[in-house]
Design a protein around this ligand. Sequence first.
Ligand SMILES: CC(C)(COP(=O)(O)OP(=O)(O)OC[C@H]1O[C@@H](n2cnc3c(N)ncnc32)[C@H](O)[C@@H]1OP(=O)(O)O)[C@@H](O)C(=O)NCCC(=O)NCCS
Length: 200
Amino acid sequence: MQPNTHPGGKLAAITFLTMADRDAVAAHIGALAPDDRAMRFGWSGPASPEQLVRFATVLLQAVHEDPSLVHFGGWDASRQALLYMGSFHCPSPRERTVAEFSMSAVPSARGGLTSEVMAWLIPQLIQRGYRKLSLVYENTNPAVAAIAARHGFQVRSNGGVSFGTLDITPQAQVARLWLEKLDAFLALVRPALRSPGARL
Ligand SMILES: CC(C)(COP(=O)(O)OP(=O)(O)OC[C@H]1O[C@@H](n2cnc3c(N)ncnc32)[C@H](O)[C@@H]1OP(=O)(O)O)[C@@H](O)C(=O)NCCC(=O)NCCS
């Protein structure tokens, strides 16, 4: 597993997933109810441990077919269990600045995980040149509809499927807000840093 790239929250770490994480991915998929598994991975029905490992292998190998595809995961404190699994890719070569995002959380950990992940994900996407984030979900999926509404996605529906789009272009106004926060933070820690052997 790669080092922690996430500074805190319910998820102890968020890392990019590789074949080394295959068993954790298989366990994550196995923890989802068949309906949830179908909505996230298009695979319902019974799944044996062997099938789960095979499916996880194919999923992780798919990055070789689609170079824009990225899988990432949110881990528990022991860094063994994958509580959250997200994937994004560019679905159309004609729209290189659009990333489509899909996600799943194990039932026992649900509650605000996507909001936590969005704070990590959006800078990752901007860094890769994406300017729009899209979500495609069935109208019967209230959790994703609530996520789209909470994060200000513009949503249109067509034949039972909803398409949400969020503009993630970095705005000067947002940058200003972050700089103000940074100034306030620095004002807070500067005096402490001046004392010898300072610890924060
Ligand atoms: C989508 C998923 C990852 C969200 O988990 P999470 O990030 O921890 O999100 P939460 O449990 O906080 O739910 C997100 C929002 O949906 C709401 N919600 C969850 N289940 C709901 C339900 N059955 N009915 C109505 N609202 C619901 C929550 O109240 C929350 O809204 P809020 O942010 O306004 O409070 C999780 O539900 C999941 O794994 N679902 C199955 C797989 C799936 O459908 N993936 C999407 C494929 S695109």
